[in-house]
Design a protein around this ligand. Structure first.
Ligand code: IPM
Ligand code: MG
Length: 352
């Protein structure tokens, strides 16, 4: 079980340390951990946000545990040197096209959601976001128009193969869970979305038991906060998935609780090679203060055990321990509590 640990910037190192402690406490056979630099810290030490050594280490591993990247001191750098390029580069170079972002309101924490408790209670879904295509990775630039005006432009495109492979991931998730599948697009305006919808409909023929519907992204944003119970598996492209997953996490009540998995096609001995990271960012305002909630990263480690190592038992045990810790009132500042990073990590390990 070779795991590359990439803590990154801000609160990344603090939260990954707690997730590593949880993994180590399980006494798994053959666990080998490497650590590498990414993001602003890598820029400072190596001159680039994603050094070749880090990328090579990531390729060597069966799975990657990623903290967060982002550093206000780097915001003025040219785009290719900014910390965010580390995560975008890892996704692209490692072919991690399938991003799973589960979001659910934990029992007893409904009051933390900005939604009415009776609505919040029904929020339990997974967003399957395409991660290596779309307007994120299209040609882009700035130019001067004939009228002499500066113009920024970004090309949005999806090839049918890109849509089909992510659609299969979502259909398989819906089939396995028995949940309905909603494909989110903007087919009333965008050709990219029309092709997306056509390919999803074609793919559906292979999954007759999955209940599929299609929704425009603006409507989906509205339904996510008014009727979250309508959603089980949400399939969408890179840009819409970025936006909707933040919306879903805000509806849960704290971005500090949401894990994610980014999977590619390469198989490991017992699963799929993947990168696991909390949805939240580097939170520079609270970095180094021991205040950050490590639960999203701990839950990401659980997803790693499930998807990359076929260890469903241990994954479910970690998830149950986190739920228990929350139910026992061991809450970070993000949840209105006063427990720090180390206390929350210890709380989860005790219950494990
Ligand atoms: C995310 C983040 C990234 C994205 C940024 C940091 C490039 O917002 O993982 O959702 O836009 O994909
Ligand atoms: Mg985002």
């Amino acid at each position: 079980m070779k795991i590359a640990i990439l803590p990154g910037d801000g609160i990344g190192p603090e939260v990954t340390a707690e997730a590593v402690a949880v993994l180590e406490s399980l006494g798994l056979p053959g666990l080998v951990l490497f650590e590498g630099d990414v993001g602003g810290i890598a820029y400072r030490r190596h001159g680039v946000p994603l050094p070749d050594e880090t990328l090579a280490m990531a390729r060597e591993a069966d799975a990657i545990l990623f903290g967060a990247v982002g550093d206000p001191a780097c915001d003025a750098l040219e785009r290719h040197l900014r910390p965010e390029q580390a995560i975008l580069g890892l996704r692209k170079h490692l072919g991690l096209f399938a991003n799973l972002r589960p979001a659910r309101v934990f029992a007893g924490l409904e009051h933390l959601s900005p939604l009415r408790a009776d609505i919040a209670r029904s929020l339990d879904l997974v967003i399957v976001r395409e991660l290596t295509g779309d307007v994120y990775f299209g040609a882009k630039g700035q130019r001067v128009t004939d009228a002499g005006e500066r113009e920024g432009w970004d090309a949005m495109a999806y090839a049918e193969g890109e849509v089909r492979r992510i659609a299969h991931v979502a259909f398989r998730a819906a089939e396995a869970s028995g949940l309905p599948l909603t494909s989110v697009d903007k087919a009333n305006v965008l050709e990219t979305s029309q092709l997306w919808r056509d390919v999803v409909i074609e793919t559906a023929a292979e999954y007759p038991q999955v209940v599929l519907d299609h929704m425009y992204v603006d409507n989906a944003a509205m339904q996510l906060v008014s009727h979250p119970d309508r959603f089980g598996v949400v399939l969408t492209g890179n840009l819409f998935g970025d936006i909707l997953s933040d919306l879903a996490s805000a509806a849960v009540g704290s971005i500090g609780l949401l894990p994610s998995a980014s999977l590619g096609e390469r198989r490991t001995d017992h699963g799929t090679f993947g990168l696991y990271e909390p949805i939240h960012g580097s939170a520079p305002d609270i970095a180094g203060q021991g205040k950050a909630n490590p639960m999203a990263t701990i839950l990401s480690a659980a997803m790693m055990l499930r998807h990359s190592f076929g260890r469903e038992d241990e994954a479910a045990r970690i998830e149950a321990a986190v739920a228990r810790t929350l139910a026992d009132g061991i809450l970070g500042g993000d949840l209105g509590g006063s427990h720090g990073t180390a206390a929350i990590g210890a709380g989860v390990r005790e219950r494990l």
